[in-house]
Ligand binder design. Sequence first.
Ligand code: ADE
Length: 236
Amino acid sequence: MKIGIIGAMVEEITPLLEFFKNAHLNIQTQTIGGNVYHCIHIKQDSVYIAYSKIGKVHSALVATMMISYFGCEKILFSGVAGGLRKDLQVGDLLIATKLCQHDVDISAFGHPLGFIPESAVFIESDAELNSIARSVAGSIGKELKEGVVASGDQFINDDSKKQWIIQTFGACAVEMEGASVAVVCAAFGVPFCIFRSISDSADTNADISFDEFLESASKVSAKFCIEFIKKLGVGI
Ligand code: ADE
């Protein structure tokens, strides 16, 4: 099985790479299109890890490469998000049940916000992978929240924008890559699962909170991601 794991920032994939280094597994790297892909071969399985750089375009590029160049059959995203619900506090972990692009607006032509013709406002993540995630959480005693994740090429640190995203899309978390990874995976028919740990609350304090908790929240998500791929049967 070939599994691709994407993060947006180097901090989001560093704990994953450290895990594989500590397991004394050989990590090869390949640089393509401005991204470094870390390739780890474990018996009959391969894990590909890369950070895309921030935003929907970069993450779509990496997801496309993971699938069409490296042949990944499952895509995981591990990283941080801004929480939009009271029960999503710093360090909490969630999976995206479905994803949307909060910054898509062609309402001038009568389309609903977030809608692109021949696509959809929401793209659902893979039900089977999500159910594996729930069972992993159960077996390690980690609480796993879930809900709609809204992605856009904006860091949200504004209360009114935050409320607008909640009201318009029913989102529980906001980030900048999940929906674009979802679009690519759906286009290629590749199952995907998006893990995010909360780094901030997308409010006026979000930038400070993000800087403070990026590293620790990234570790929460990465740790879960490792347990998840073990459950998928990768022999690590
Ligand atoms: N990722 C983490 N926090 C975020 C926020 N507040 N806005 C967008 N992306 C984020």
